[in-house]
Design a protein around this ligand. Structure first.
Ligand SMILES: [Zn+2]
Length: 353
């Protein structure tokens, strides 16, 4: 009976306390620990389930997440007012963090997008070298608090190339994903802006978090150009003509899962997009979206991958299923159309069967 493994409310609370202790009292000499927490959270969503069982995660998968997170941060941050630009420092030491220098090496080969990076002959050696860094540094030190190690996520030392999340951990990470994302992104942003070598440049800029974790509008306007003809220039949600009103919508809202993946994009009216806000779309929309991705994932994926976005049908569906289940368990609401929502029910999960 897998239900027996599911953490109790008390155990979930204890987990959150320990997580908070890491953020409050852990030592962050670089941004790696934030990246590791984000990676473990996302991989629990993508690879785990809700039984409460332990989860084995290859360190290479974590390294690939690091590459995704740091890729946009390995280009110079530009201050328009100062007219200066520099690649932001991700650690407090004398040297730039090695993950950033690995990615700069890739970029120096003329590689500009993640898709090109994955296809390049340097990819596997980059993953290998970042895996070694991840294992040596954040995996080893993440759970250190005030001189002691609280092994509440995984047991140490990690032998071989796999991290095993302890029973209940994957469940909790999936359950508290939004919370973890917020804490880690806020901590990461604060770390970068508190670094004295970065302060002069970003001292008065509010754009930092967007630079670190956001997506530029320019990128998404290219996505719209690809999707509009595929949607026959109609809004994905209400089917009305788009005219000059088109915006790119994250079908699974950015706030719930802040990663850009090719198959998560749809084009919609700005008004429909604004009304949907951070809600998940209801049954008819979900059916249409799953059907579109099932039928067209190859052409949509390859066209948008050219812009550098990752495309993977299985991962996209896994994330969506998780998000809908979360909404149902949290007694949330689904968006149907302008000013109309409905309570989240479990029936919608059948769409993923
Ligand atoms: Zn519309």
């Amino acid at each position: 009976m897998p239900e027996l493994l599911t953490p109790t409310a008390d155990q979930q609370l204890a987990f959150l306390r320990q997580l908070q202790l890491i953020f409050d009292e852990g030592e962050f000499s670089s941004t790696y620990k934030y990246a590791l927490l984000l990676a473990l959270g996302e991989l629990a969503v993508e690879m785990g389930d809700d039984t409460g069982s332990s989860l084995q995660i290859p360190i290479e998968r974590i390294a690939e997440k690091f590459i995704e997170f740091y890729w946009p941060q390995s280009v110079p941050y530009v201050d328009i007012d100062l007219g200066e630009s520099v690649v932001l420092f991700q650690n407090l030491g004398q040297q730039q963090a090695s993950v950033i220098t690995s990615l700069q090496r890739l970029r120096s080969q003329g590689i500009t997008t993640l898709t090109q990076a994955r296809e390049s002959s340097h990819w596997s050696e980059t993953v290998r070298s970042i895996s070694a860094t991840v294992k040596e540094m954040p995996i080893r030190y993440l759970q250190n608090v005030a001189g002691t190690t609280i092994s509440f996520l995984y047991a140490l030392p990690v032998i071989g190339n796999v991290v095993e999340l302890l029973p209940g951990v994957s469940y909790n990470l999936r359950q508290f994903q939004g919370f973890l994302q917020q804490l880690a992104r806020t901590g990461w942003t604060a770390h970068v802006s508190a670094n004295r070598r970065n302060t002069r440049l970003i001292g008065r800029s509010a754009r930092l978090e967007r630079f670190l974790f956001g997506t530029s509008r320019a990128d998404l306007s290219d996505v719209a150009l690809i999707l509009r003809p595929l949607q026959e220039d109609r809004c994905f949600f209400c089917q009305g003509r788009l005219y000059d009103q088109a915006v790119v919508d994250h079908f699974i809202p950015w706030s719930r899962y802040p990663r850009d993946t090719a198959l998560n994009f749809v084009v919609a009216h700005a008004t429909c997009n604004a009304d949907k806000r951070e809600l998940l779309a209801g049954q008819p929309h979900l059916d249409r979206w799953l059907e579109r991705n099932y039928q067209r994932h190859e052409d949509i994926g390859s066209a948008i991958a050219e812009l550098g976005f990752v495309s993977n049908l299985t991962v996209t569906n896994t994330i969506a299923k998780w998000a809908y289940r979360q909404a149902f368990e949290a007694k949330g609401h689904f968006w149907l159309r302008h000013k109309q929502t409905e309570p989240a029910t479990a029936e919608i999960l059948v769409a993923f069967a």
